[in-house]
Ligand binder design. Structure first.
Ligand SMILES: *[C@@H]1O[C@H](CO)[C@@H](O)[C@H](O)[C@H]1NC(C)=O
Length: 263
C-alpha cells in the first residue's frame, strides 16, 4: 500500500511536470494561399490597441485605404495588441473597442495573424490565445509561435516576450502572466529547437521572421541582447531574409553586412 501510494505520487509528479513544462514539438503551421499570380500583399501593424485614442482610429482609416489600393491578403500584428495591460479575459470589451470597432474598413476584413507583446503578457494572456475571441471576430488569429505559409513566403511568428530577462526579474514592474511559458529556459530551448527545425524544412523563396521586440534598434528600447544572443543565430543560420518587429513606436530599417535585415 505504501509502495502503491509512492508510485502514485511519482506518477502525479511526472504528470505535473509534463503539464508545466511545454514540450518540444512541431510549430503549428497555417496555410494562406497567395494570389493567382503568385504575389502576396500584407499590412503590418504593431502596438495599437488604444480604444481609438492615440490616433489609432486615424491610422486604422489610412490602413483601410492602403489596404484597398494594395488589395491585401492579410494583416500581421507584431504585438502589444491591447494597452496597457492586455485583456482582462475573453469578455473584456477592449477586444471590440480596440479591434472589431476600429478596423472596420472593407479591405481589413481579412485574417489578422498576431503575436503577443509585453503589454499583452500583463493581462490574461490565455484570453488572447483563446478560440472564444474568434467567435466574436473571426479575423483574430493570435498564437504564441507559429508559421504562416503563403506559398512564396513562410512567416515565422516568434513569441519574444519570454526572452527578455527583465520581465521575469523586475519585482517593481507589472505582473506578467507566464502560464504555459514557465520555466523560461525550457520554454526558450524548445521554441528555438522547433523554430530551427521548421525554418530548415521551409522551401519558400522568402523566409520572414516576425516578433514583438527589437533585435537591433536605434530608438527608445535599443537592442534586445537576449534576442541577439539566442534568436538571431537561428535566423541567420537558416537564411531568414528579414525580421519584422514592433515595440519601438517608430519606423526603422536596419540592414547588416551579414544579410539579415530588420524592419
Ligand atoms: C494625433 O495626431 C495629431 C496630428 O498628427 C497630433 O497633433 C496629435 O498629437 C496626435 N495625438 C496623439 C494623442 O498622439
Amino acid at each position: 500500500m505504501a509502495k502503491g501510494s509512492a508510485a502514485m505520487a511519482a506518477a502525479v509528479v511526472v504528470l505535473v511536470a509534463l503539464l508545466c513544462a511545454p514540450a518540444a514539438g512541431e510549430l503549428e503551421r497555417l496555410e494562406h494561399p497567395a494570389k493567382n499570380d503568385g504575389s502576396l500583399s500584407v499590412l503590418v501593424v504593431g502596438d495599437w490597441g488604444r480604444k481609438g485614442t492615440y490616433n489609432q482610429s486615424r491610422v486604422a482609416e489610412q490602413m483601410g485605404k492602403v489596404g484597398e489600393q494594395l488589395d491585401i491578403d492579410f494583416v500581421i500584428s507584431t504585438g502589444d495588441n491591447f494597452y496597457e495591460n492586455g485583456l482582462t479575459g475573453t469578455d473584456d470589451q477592449a477586444f471590440e473597442q480596440s479591434f472589431t470597432d476600429i478596423y472596420t474598413a472593407k479591405s481589413l476584413q481579412k485574417p489578422w495573424y498576431l503575436v503577443l507583446g509585453n503589454h499583452d503578457y500583463r493581462g490574461d494572456v490565455l484570453a488572447q490565445l483563446s478560440p472564444v475571441l474568434q467567435k466574436i471576430d473571426s479575423r483574430f488569429i493570435c498564437k504564441r509561435s507559429f508559421i504562416v505559409n503563403a506559398e512564396i513566403v513562410d512567416f515565422f511568428f516568434v513569441d519574444t516576450t519570454p526572452f527578455q530577462l527583465k520581465y521575469w526579474t523586475h519585482p517593481k514592474d507589472d505582473h506578467y502572466d507566464w502560464r504555459g511559458v514557465a520555466p523560461r529556459e525550457k520554454y526558450l530551448a524548445n521554441l528555438l529547437k522547433d523554430l530551427d527545425e521548421a525554418i530548415k524544412k521551409s522551401t519558400a523563396t522568402w523566409k520572414i521572421a516576425v516578433g514583438h521586440h527589437t533585435m537591433r534598434s536605434v530608438s527608445d528600447h535599443g537592442d534586445t541582447e537576449e534576442l541577439l544572443k539566442l534568436l538571431l543565430p537561428v535566423l541567420q543560420a537558416n537564411g531568414v531574409n528579414f525580421y519584422i518587429n514592433g515595440h519601438d513606436h517608430c519606423l526603422e530599417h536596419i540592414s547588416s553586412k551579414d544579410r539579415l535585415t530588420s524592419i
